[in-house]
Design a protein around this ligand. Structure first.
Ligand code: C2E
Ligand code: MG
Ligand code: MG
Length: 827
């Protein structure tokens, strides 16, 4: 059709047309009438507003002028179709506004006949679509954006229709589930769920629809090959404008690794728990936020807790833990809260078992990120009752004397140090007593160790009964005890206690069929007067005790400075003695032994002297015990023997028959040692017979006879060396021993001889010793004969030999030789 055709002239308006014109102008849609060439004949206000032009401007233009060039062709085509068919057309197109901007609009065009034969004009109803178009564009853009996101997402994203059929599945489904997306579309959504989770899945979704909210599910989805993975699904139902359920969209996150890791953790936690419980330990877990403590079954057993409810640990601690352990436990827990793991041993109250020792270990396992405060502590609890008991036993063994149950030397030292400090603090003096049982060794040797042990146990009890509870009685070893008396006000209390101990220990000990008589030597020292430290106090008490012993036993003595001097001298003598032998300071003197029948000198006793460079001649009584103490006696004894053997050989040769010299031998000398002189072998080597020398021993040696002593005595006996018991009558004289060891002589102790004249008792003892000895085939030597009366009494009493100042004191060898030549000692 030809649009350049001129339009028919417009008829003047009648009334109805005027009415129509008003409607035309006021319509809320754009209205225009234009010629087939496109020239606007009429436009209304809305179109003017839409196109941003005045009515006058528009009426000067054609619709082609305001149409976007890109949309012109299809606009013209639509007009062409309209003219041809007469059917209205609808065109979506862009208009250009005066300012150049674009207006999206829809124009419905209708053909209007200008009048019969007058041709047509076109009426366009134009609706502004700009707004709608914007919305559509935005929608399309957002859809595109979400689609890109969905396609690229590593999460599963899907959409279902209201019947539960798949509408959209993002490509991730294919990767994760191993099924093509097409296979999922149209399928029921529950099919991808693990059979165990389908029911729950449907139920949750129904709830979500009913409550119009997003549902969150943890489900397993199944792969094409039957494997499954854990997913966390969030499904949001959606609804139409009128509230109809329209299906839902969902997103699924693959949490398989996390779930499996958590399961692993649970399993390993469970395993750990089993392992800990298997070891007998209990486990606790403390949530500090809620202050709730959860105990394992074993932990409850250990702590004697019933039920399985969580416990308030702070309250429980106060109720359960021993009051003495509470503050230490609190401190340990607080230190743990600050950062260090804790281990703590404490006691808990058990209804049936009293206090039970447990060990708790713990550590903080979770802290708050913002302030590092602990949230959770966990740990173990161990029943250490058994361990504690054995530790206590070990402690007791280390600190107590097993026999008497008294503190031993070690604990005594601890207590003494402690008491000294206390005494310094309070100003109250303390006393230290050293107690040594007199003659215990003899009783022990004679009656056996079982009786000896019983004596010690009873002695310990008797000593304890003399002191207060707060004082300490300890056993240092052997027959040595010590007492610490504290909080003294005056000295008299110390003496009372010492006297009580002396008295109680002097009472007979009745043990089965045996009666044992003992006494005690007690040394006492006071702190702070004598010394203010443990070392010196112990030394003082020991010295005081030593003095009591040497002065005849069974009393007590305070430490005095002179004792200290004596002790110092003793130490000096011991050190001097060490060089005495090498420095040729020792001498052997010889005292004759007389045949009481005819007064001839028939033997001699070798007696040791020490020519001290400063102190002059020292008697053996003063230094033999030091030589024993210092371990020098054996060497000295051998030296005396060598001297004696030499002179015995010489004098025997001179007399034409053996001249026996007796040598004193301490028990200590019977202990075998390297480099000792073999006496019989030496005599043989010198060409002497065994009876050139005899040995003087004490009774105690026989009582204590070890296999070594027996062997040596047997060796002497076999070699013909005679054995004499020295100082007979002063110790535990045992006839059985005399026989057993084949003793040859008894030497009656000088204490019996001294009082012969005055004491009928001593006379009786001496007579019976002689009779008994002869009965056993032994000969008797009386010591210490100083008077004719003594000599006569003994001679009449059939005593075989005598020795004493009446005949001669011990003299140097050359002097003795002169005496021997005369061989007349007394008339
Ligand atoms: P002992 O074996 O009983 O010796 C006798 C002691 O009595 C000697 O004292 C002697 O001098 C002394 N004595 C002798 N006759 C009389 C007397 O009529 N009146 C008095 N009051 N005393 C008399 P000594 O020499 O001082 O020896 C003392 C003790 O020392 C000895 O007692 C002996 O046990 C020991 N002893 C001496 N020399 C040695 C030795 O070489 N080795 C050992 N292990 N001990 C020795
Ligand atoms: Mg002797
Ligand atoms: Mg003697």
């Amino acid at each position: 059709m030809d649009l350049s055709e001129r339009p028919a002239p417009v008829k003047p308006l009648d009334d109805s047309e005027r009415q129509l014109s008003a409607i035309f102008d006021q319509a809320q849609v754009g209205l225009s009438l234009f010629t087939l060439e496109g020239r606007f004949l009429r436009v209304n206000g809305e179109l003017c507003r839409m196109l941003g032009r005045t009515r006058e401007e528009l009426l000067e233009l054609r619709f082609q002028d305001v149409t976007h060039p890109d949309d012109l062709a299809h606009s013209l085509e639509a007009i062409g179709r309209l003219l041809e068919t007469g059917k209205p057309e609808s065109v979506d197109k862009r208009y250009l506004r005066a300012d150049g901007t674009v207006v999206w609009a829809n124009s419905s065009i209708t053909r209007l006949e200008n009048g019969p034969g007058l041709g047509y004009s076109v009426l366009a109803v134009t609706v502004d679509l700009t707004e709608r178009k914007h919305v559509q564009d935005a929608l399309a853009e957002s859809e595109a954006r979400f689609r890109v996101l969905a396609e690229a997402s590593s999460a599963l994203i899907w959409q279902l229709d209201p019947h539960g059929n798949g509408v959209y599945f993002n490509p991730r489904h294919q990767v994760l589930l191993g099924r093509p997306v097409e296979a999922l579309l149209g399928a029921g959504w529950t099919e991808v769920l693990h059979p165990d989770e389908r029911e729950e899945g449907v139920r949750s979704l129904m709830t979500a629809i009913a409550q119009r909210e997003i549902v969150q599910l943890r489900v397993r989805v199944i792969f094409a090959n039957g494997d499954w993975r854990w997913m966390e699904a969030h499904a949001a139902p959606w609804f139409t404008a009128d509230g109809e359920y329209a299906g839902h969209v969902g997103i699924g996150l693959d949490i398989d690794e996390a779930v499996r890791a958590q399961e692993e953790l649970l399993i390993s936690n469970e395993r750990l728990k089993l392992a800990i419980e298997g070891s007998g330990d209990g486990i606790w877990d403390w949530d500090l936020e809620s202050n709730r403590m959860v105990y394992s079954k074993r932990a409850r057993e250990i702590l004697c807790l019933s039920g399985d409810e969580p416990v308030d640990p702070v309250a429980a601690m106060k109720q359960l833990v021993h009051p003495d352990d509470l503050s230490a436990l609190n401190a340990a827990v607080n230190a743990c809260i600050k950062g260090s793991a804790f281990t703590m041993e404490y006691r808990v109250r058990c209804p049936d078992a009293g206090w039970r020792w447990v060990m708790a270990r713990g550590t903080v396992v979770a802290r708050k990120a913002h302030n590092n405060m602990p949230e959770r502590m966990t740990g173990t609890i161990t029943d250490i009752a058994e361990k504690r008991r054995s530790e206590e036993i070990v402690w007791e063994h280390a600190n107590f004397d097993l026999l008497t149950g008294l503190p031993n030397r070690r604990l005594f030292r601890d207590r003494l140090d402690h008491e000294i400090k206390k005494s310094q603090r309070t100003g109250q003096p303390l006393a230290l007593l050293f107690i040594d049982l007199d003659r215990f060794k003899e009783a022990n040797d004679l009656l056996g160790h079982t009786i000896g042990d019983q004596v010690l146990i009873e002695a310990a009890q008797r000593i304890c009964a003399c002191v207060r509870q707060s004082d300490t009685v300890a056993r240092l070893g052997g027959d040595e005890f010590t007492v610490i008396l504290t909080e003294l006000d005056g000295g008299s209390h110390v003496e009372t206690v010492a006297q009580k101990i002396n008295d109680t220990l002097s009472r007979p000990f009745y043990l089965g069929n045996e009666v044992v008589y003992l006494s005690a030597s007690i040394g006492i020292t006071l702190s702070p007067y004598d010394a203010a430290d443990a070392e010196n106090l112990i030394r003082n008490a020991d010295q005081a005790m030593y003095v009591v012993k040497s002065e005849g036993r069974n009393h007590f003595s305070y430490f005095t400075p002179s004792m200290q001097r004596d002790a110092k001298e003793r130490l000096r003598l011991i050190s001097d003695l060490r060089i005495a032998l090498g420095a040729d300071q020792l001498r052997v003197h010889y005292q004759p032994i007389i045949d009481l029948r005819d007064g001839r000198v028939v033997k001699a006793e070798a007696l040791l002297r020490w020519q001290h460079p400063h102190l002059g001649m020292i008697e053996p009584e003063r230094f033999i015990s030091f030589a024993e103490e210092a371990g020098l006696i054996s060497e000295i004894g051998d030296w005396v023997f060598l001297q004696a053997a030499r002179w015995a050989g010489r004098w025997g040769a001179r007399l034409g028959s053996p001249f026996p010299i007796s040598v004193n031998k301490s028990p200590v000398e019977f202990v075998a040692r390297l480099n000792e002189v073999n006496w019989p072998a030496h005599l043989t080597q010198m060409g002497l017979t065994g009876n050139s020398v005899s040995v003087e021993i004490t009774e105690g040696l026989l009582l204590d006879a070890s296999p070594g002593v027996s062997a040596k005595l047997l060796q002497y006996h076999d070699a013909g060396i005679k054995v004499a018991i020295d100082d007979f009558g002063t110790g535990y004289s045992s006839i059985a021993y005399l026989k057993k060891f084949e003793v040859d002589y008894l030497k009656i102790d000088q204490s019996f001889v001294r009082d012969l004249a005055a004491s009928a008792g001593d006379r009786a003892i001496v007579r019976s010793i002689i009779a008994m000895a002869h009965e056993l085939g032994l000969e008797v030597i009386a010591e210490g004969i100083e008077t004719r009366e003594q000599r006569e009494f003994l001679a009449e009493g059939q005593c075989d030999f005598g020795q004493g100042f009446l005949f001669s004191k011990a003299v140097p060898a050359n002097e003795f030789e002169r005496l021997l030549c005369g061989n007349v000692s007394t008339a």
